[in-house]
Design a protein around this ligand. Sequence first.
Ligand code: HEC
Length: 140
Amino acid sequence: MSARVWWRVDNGRRSVIRHAALLGLLVASLAAPALAVETIDEDLMYDIDDLHAALKQQLARQDAARTGAAATKLQALLAQVEAFYARDPATKDAVGFARKAQALSAQLGSSSAAGDWPAAATAYQALSASCKSCHSRYNP
Ligand code: HEC
C-alpha cells in the first residue's frame, strides 16, 4: 500500500472523529435545556432538610415516637420528589435516588420503633448519602 493511500485512510478516520465530536456537542446542547427545566421546588427541599436535621436530633435523644413521625413525613415529601422526576424518562436515576431515600426513611422509622438505635443510625447515614448522590448529579 502506498503512502498516499494511507494518508487518505487516515484522513477519513479523522473526519469520522470530527463528526462524532460535532454530534456529541449537538446532543449536549439538546440535553442542556431539558436539565435546566428539571429543578424541583426549593421550599419542598428545605422542608426535607428540616426533617433530616430533626431526625439527627431525635436519634441522638433516642426518641422513637418523634423519630418515627419525622421519618414518615420525610418519606411522604420524598415521594413528591420521586413523582416530580418520574414525569421525565431522562431523570430516572433521580427517581431511583428518591426511592432509595424513601426506603431508608422507612427503615429508620422501623429500627427506632424496635429500639434498634445502631441500625437506625446506620439507616440515617445511608439516607444522608442518598441525598448527596442526588445533589451531586442534579444540584451540583
Ligand atoms: C432525587 C433528587 C434529590 C434527593 C433524593 C434529595 N435532593 Fe435535595 N435537592 C435536589 C435538587 C435538584 C435541589 C435544587 C433545587 C433548586 O434549587 O431548585 C436540592 C436542593 C436542596 C437544598 C437547598 C440548598 C441547595 O443545596 O440548593 C437542601 C438543603 C436539600 N436539597 C437537602 C436535601 C436533603 C437533606 C435530602 C435527603 C434527605 C435531599 N435534599 C434529597 C435534589 C434532591
